[in-house]
Design a protein around this ligand. Sequence first.
Ligand SMILES: *Cc1c(COP(=O)(O)O)cnc(C)c1O
Ligand SMILES: [Zn+2]
Length: 502
Amino acid sequence: MKLDQFPKHIQPHLIPQPGGELIYRCLGCQAEHGIASLLYTCPDCGAVLLLHDKAFDRLKAVGGETWREIFDYRRMLKRPALKGIYRYHELIGPVIPLEAVVYLGEGHTPVVEANGILQELAGIRFFYKNDGQNPSASFKDRGMASALSYINFLIRGGMIDDVLSICASTGDTSAAAALYAAYLKPHIKSAVLLPHKKVTPQQLSQPLGSGADVFEIPGVFDDCMKVVEALSDSYNVALLNSKNAWRILGQESYSYEIAQDFDYAMADKVVVVPIGNAGNITAVMNGFLKFYDLGVIDALPKIVGVQSVHANPVYRYYSQPAGEGRRFVPMTVKPSVAQAAMIGNPVSMPRVIHLVDRYNQMAGDPRVFFVEVTEQAIMDWQLTANRNGHIACTHGGESLAGLKAALDKGWVAATEIAVIDSTAHALKFSGFQDMYFQNSFPEGFEVRPDPRLVNQPHYVRPAHLDAVPEPGKPLDKDALAAFVEAVAEEIAGELGLKKRKL
Ligand SMILES: *Cc1c(COP(=O)(O)O)cnc(C)c1O
Ligand SMILES: [Zn+2]
């Protein structure tokens, strides 16, 4: 639709102009720092930062009802810069002019209702939000679109040049970072650090294909993160891990989309997300808080954070009795099929602690919950979901297992409606499906296949035939006819097909 065809009272709001007063706010000492330079931690105390709009209250003057209309009408616009996460420009990056926005097709991922069979098994009505349907096949693209749009804004303003972006990754961060950096060639070069053999072949192929410098190091993600922190402390590089507060800002779009997709009715909703470095749950909480503050939604949904028992430092923290005595203790992780969340010392933990308190306070009662699930449950639920028409990755299985656990604990009621996050596409983690189907999980995973969920290809090669087709060596007419008949018969037999009546 063209601009002049929209209702008159919406027209002035449709195309956002740069505005707001974004600053980095330190979660340790509350200091505020300007955004003209790339900061990841507070120069005063070293704590993590969140971006805060000091002029946020100007947005309240618009009113919740009008905001809902603005976002809904923006759906009809054809401007690429407003087709992705910047539909919510005023909340995602108000200082960024639309010309600097990098849009590669991220965001607005499908919300797919589970079929009757799966809802019955789970014991609740629920939807998958398929964040694997982002350009690099994980939700990390939301944060990268934001971080790289900001860097692009600095480049265009002549404030920085010749950027080397760098990140540590469990696989998906590096795939997304390398993709967006490649698009901004030649202004940005990218380097990624991966834990050797701890990312899937698909994930490794992604930054290689995008032309990034890929470094594999011994150890796990937490070790890579230490090296990247050392590099960003001493060298002139742009850190693209979720320590970078711009990543969080972009990932808040996930919450805005859920609100919009359910017509802003959040009172009976439960949003379930897996937790690794805890950037995602930080963003999800912050997003809903901002929408609530603006009056776009009139209730805060419940949030359930899920961790595997093999990497559950956040769950362990919240299992301690509430109060001053709670201590965060980083842990050594064990092998996990939710490999992108296999993190023992989440960088965003201070943000989580800060936001959980605020969220519960704003809601007036506990609305954020943490559950742990076994590796076995993650695999079984993922495969069950996929057998019912989903494309859930292992973390999507973790979300569903977590929803079930929250129901069992009574934190979620069967009358509520859940939206659960499949954070990546199933294909990225198909190796774990192979291990399950072939019963070849290494001991440490503690996963045993349920025979009802196992599936294998059948090789059909009729034993009585001498000749079968081979590449470059077709059969003659009679041999081919015999081959087709024999194979068709064997397949029909295995499938128990009935002959068509002539
Ligand atoms: C990064 C990632 C996670 C964990 O998200 P955090 O923000 O690190 O908590 C979960 N699933 C997938 C597929 C990921 O790539
Ligand atoms: Zn500080």
